[in-house]
Design a protein around this ligand. Sequence first.
Ligand code: ADP
Ligand code: MG
Length: 237
Amino acid sequence: MQNLKKVFGDHEVLTDINLTVNAGEIVSIIGRSGSGKSTLLRNINLLEQPTSGDILFHGNSVLAPDFDITHYRAKAGMVFQSFNLFNNLTVLENVVTPQVTVLKRDPAEAKQHALELLNTVNMDPFINAKPDQLSGGQKQRVAIARAEAMDPEVLLFDEPTSALDPEMVDDVLAAMSNLAHTGLTMIIVTHEMAFARDISDRVVFMNDGVIAEEGTPEQIFNAPHEEVTQAFLKRYL
Ligand code: ADP
Ligand code: MG
């Protein structure tokens, strides 16, 4: 992201964001509610159009007129707080369908791939269930499998455990840890500070639409430089 800016009406929600995420890196984004974390992810994924600045993917501007956004969205998948599963489809169909429609994958191959991924998140017993028969944690594990099924290079997570009952959180965090160990690039917005500390290569603290501070987990959590970071983290210690 280069000098990325996003304005809604007269409200500048992102100001001059410069952030590079390298292949295989795990970057957590923390910060108070309203600081622009979701907007940043939604701009990266082009669910929102940046007002100015640029986003480069493998050095190419995703804002260029000839850029293949459909392919990019498959490569830069998103996992939402609210799961966003297709409620009229079964668990298996949720993971198969995007592979067939977006990637034009052969349905038998897509099904095989889906079954393997649902197995890795321990959702194989539920392949014929509909989302509304599942707990929040189960839905989120299906959403993770669905995102993985697109063979992404980077996954964006927007507070993936915030809507879950406490006893469901660990299963979802475990699924994310497993993914992190596969070498996938991950950008994770979270309030799970212990998790962010353990999993991240780098932690970014956002405040009021700017990156106030970024560093290693050790630096950010043990010795934050900025007063705003210190004040934010105090609530979690
Ligand atoms: P966070 O995810 O850190 O809680 P958000 O990115 O959701 O923060 O929101 C940052 C600010 O942008 C908030 O003040 C929010 O009200 C505003 N905002 C987000 N989306 C929109 C939108 N579509 N239209 C207008 N304002 C928005
Ligand atoms: Mg948010």
